[in-house]
Ligand binder design. Structure first.
Ligand code: TYD
Length: 204
């Protein structure tokens, strides 16, 4: 049986990392083999592209093309083979991030986005996607407490993250239930409880 593919999304500082760990525990406790990965990245070439994407400024369409180039490699080398072997895959970000950041944040043309999405993974979408939703002001506070902004996305202004957040919510509204939006202003324990309840409901 084919494995399951779960992705995690949200603006920088929404608190994805803690919740990814909770999800990974849930999956392993049920006896599944798990591949835990991230985008951009997840393969040797993808990680090199990540370095460039996070630190080198570039034209917005170059940015979108490189995100999808890294994703093509990720699907071919890691995601598709793992799912075919019946393993579960969880990825810290996937194509919904390109919609939110490049279309929403940067203003990439949506028709071009859809062309790339259809080219790179016409027949595949995650089985389930969590969007951790927080107002940018809350996310900025959390980031400031943790560490310095380390990449060029984290250094974007508040209005950029407002647009990214709105794009995630639009994408969720049109996703037929694939994307679940969780209110991530709550405590980590409350968000985990909501996430685990959702996993139980979808996959039991
Ligand atoms: P992130 O996943 O937040 O990693 P970290 O927690 O280590 O900072 O960083 C990746 C950044 O890349 C994030 O700011 C969003 C951005 N990004 C896009 O703009 N488009 C994409 O398609 C993807 C996958 C990520």
């Amino acid at each position: 049986m084919r494995g399951r593919f779960i992705t995690f999304e949200g603006i920088d500082g929404a608190g994805k990392s803690t919740q990814i760990a909770a999800c990974a525990d849930w999956i392993r406790c049920r006896g599944h083999v798990l591949q835990q990965t991230r985008e951009p990245g997840g393969t040797p070439l993808g990680e090199r592209l990540r370095e460039i994407l996070l630190h080198q400024s570039m034209h917005l369409e170059t940015e979108a093309l490189l995100m999808f180039a890294a994703r093509r490699e990720h699907l071919a080398l890691l995601i598709e083979p793992a799912l075919a072997r019946g393993e579960w895959v969880i990825s810290d970000r996937f194509t919904d991030a390109t919609y939110a950041y490049q279309c929403g944040g940067r203003g990439l043309d949506e028709t071009k986005f859809r062309t790339l999405e259809a080219w790179v993974h016409a027949d595949l979408q995650p089985d389930l996607t969590f969007v951790f939703d927080v107002p940018p002001a809350v996310a900025a506070e959390r980031l400031a407490q943790g560490r310095e902004a380390t990449d060029r996305f984290e250094r974007e202004q508040r209005d950029f993250f407002e647009r990214v957040r709105a794009a995630y919510l639009r994408r969720a509204a049109g996703s037929d239930g694939r994307i679940v939006v969780l209110d991530a202003t709550r405590s980590p324990a409350e968000v985990s409880a909501a996430l685990l309840a959702c996993l139980e409901a979808r996959f039991q």
